[in-house]
Every structure is written in C-alpha cells, then in structure tokens.
Design a protein around this ligand. Structure first.
Ligand code: NDP
Length: 274
C-alpha cells in the first residue's frame, strides 16, 4: 500500500487553525489518502521549514498569516491571481520538483457568496481594508459585474496604491472613513483584521442600503464577530462571517493538489454545528 501524501499549513499562530480538520474531512469524503498537518512557522523559519517539508516528501502547502507574501516570493512560478494579490496561500509541488504558487482566497469568497445566493452583478460594493486579503478578492469581485467597487482604508495611501495596481482590471474608488457619510452600498465586506481585536471599522450608521448584505472575512465560531453583529444591527438582509470562505478556499487548494472537488456544504455544516 502506498504512503499517504503529505500536506501542511504553515503560519503563526497556527494552534487554532481549522485547516487540518477541513482537509481531513475532504480526504474522508473523497477517499483520498493524505496527511495534513499544522506547523507553527514564523517568517524567520519559513525558508528552512519549506526545505524540511519538501525533504519529507511534502506535496503541497497552505500558508497563512504572516507568510503569504513570503510564499509568493518563494514560489518558483506563480499564477496571475497570485501575482495580482502579491500573496500565495497555496503551494503545489510540481512533477519537476518546482513549487507553483497560487492564491485561492478570492475564488473562495466568490464561491461562498454564490452558495449563499448573494448577487454581485449590478450591486455597489464597499471593501473595508486594503491589505493582502483585499488584493486577493478584487479581481474575482470585479469580474462578477458590480456597478462600483469602492475601498476605504485607515491608511489611504495603501488604498490609492491598490487602486493604481488594479486600474487595468476595474476602476476602484478610494475613500477615507470621514468621506463616507452620505454614501450607501449594497454589499459591505470587512477585509480589515479589526474583528480579531473585537473592533469595528468606523462606518457611518446609514451606509448600508436597505436589503444590503454585510460580510466579514474574519470568523469566530465561538463568539461570532463584531462586524457581523454590526450588520445585523444596521438592518442587513444577510450578515455573514468568513467561515464559508475558509472552507471554499481550502476546497480550491484541495482540488489543485488532488484534482478532485470536495463537497463544501457538508464540511461547513459540520464546522458550524459543532
Ligand atoms: P493585512 O494585515 O494585510 O491587512 C489588515 C487591514 O486591516 C489593513 O487594511 C489595515 O489598515 C486594517 N486595520 C487593521 N487594524 C485596523 C484598525 N485598528 N483600524 C482600521 N483599520 C485597521 O490582513 P489581511 O488582509 O491578510 O487579512 C484581513 C482579514 O481577512 C483578517 O481578519 C483575516 O483573518 C481575514 N481573512 C480571512 C480569510 C478566510 O478564508 N475567511 C482569508 C484571508 C484573510 P492599514 O492599512 O491602515 O494598516
């Protein structure tokens, strides 16, 4: 019998990562023989940790905070969507031993929005935040045909740079928080890391259209996130956290590694009912 193929997620902190559980479930469901481990790896240990992992026969790797940019630099080849986001969350070992770097976060968000029946075409979207996650979701969001794509960020220069980098793909309007009053959006995506600190972005109370949707990329299965509660309190038709995106980006990575698509719905149900 052949040995199970080795996969892992690197990050810091990594103890609470749900990825091992998600991939174990995907493997069970699809009958794939894999081992998926979580390894605590900081930026300074990253190069050595990858060499060790490859020497052990590792076939694919997920990279999370704070390693996505380093993974993009380390990959021998990268996909267009990884280059647009300047971040890699999935490394795939190729038959010639090189590492292909991809970013599955954007497709993960789009697939989750689609599963939940959230329309993007003809809608105005506000993304709050201009970090790595925002860079990963702009291209797929703009391909879905929104009327406008807007970004607000604490550090406005970062958002302006982002608009410049994506200008060929979509015209992005950039705001500071004080410029938001009087403007309304159909979908507000919180792509800041503020929920992790139990904070809420300083949005005006009336910036969500009636029947609008809120989506927090962050998630917390125990307590929920403050931005999801903000959405509920401000009349959102749906106010969702990023657990579905996490499962969907993992499914895309699993597909890139194993060539088979797992059923995400059952895995999401299991995670959220635990
Ligand atoms: P980055 O560190 O690259 O960016 C963080 C962003 O948050 C920046 O725009 C930063 O603004 C903003 N921010 C942080 N603190 C504050 C504050 N106090 N006030 C205002 N703005 C603030 O993080 P990522 O882009 O990688 O991740 C963002 C979020 O998305 C995280 O919560 C992460 O967990 C989540 N995520 C979820 C995924 C999923 O699968 N569900 C996948 C990927 C990410 P500034 O530029 O001014 O510093």
């Amino acid at each position: 019998m052949s040995e199970p193929a080795l996969y892992a997620v690197f990050g810091q902190p990594i103890k609470h990562s749900l990825s091992p559980e998600i991939h174990a479930e995907f493997a069970r469901q699809t009958g794939q023989k894999i081992i998926y481990q979580a390894r605590e790896v900081g930026p300074n240990q990253f190069a050595q940790a990858i060499d060790t992992f490859l020497a052990e026969g590792g076939m694919g790797l997920n990279c999370t905070v704070p390693l996505k940019e380093l993974a993009w630099q380390r990959a021998d080849r990268t996909t267009v969507r990884a280059d647009l986001s300047k971040a890699v969350n999935t490394l795939i070992r190729q038959p010639d031993e090189s590492l292909l770097g991809d970013n599955t976060d954007g497709v993960g968000l789009l697939n989750d929005l689609a599963q939940r029946g959230i329309e993007l075409a003809g809608r105005s979207i506000l993304i709050v935040g201009a970090g790595g996650a925002t860079r990963g979701i702009i291209q797929p969001l703009s391909e879905a045909g929104p009327t406008s794509l807007n970004v607000v960020n604490r550090t406005v220069d970062k958002a302006l740079q982002l608009a410049k980098d994506f200008a060929q793909i979509k015209a992005i309007e950039v705001f500071t928080f004080p410029q938001l009053p009087g403007r309304r959006f159909d979908l507000i995506i919180n792509a800041t890391s503020m929920s992790l600190a139990q904070q809420i972005p300083p949005l005006p109370d009336d910036c969500l259209n009636a029947d609008g949707v809120c989506y927090d990329l962050a998630y917390n299965l125990q307590t929920g996130t403050p931005f999801v509660r903000w959405g509920v309190d401000h009349g959102a038709k749906q106010s969702l956290d990023g657990i579905g995106m996490l499962v969907e980006q993992a499914a895309e990575a699993f597909y890139l590694w194993r060539g088979i698509r797992p059923d995400t719905k059952t895995v999401l149900k299991k995670l959220t009912h635990q």
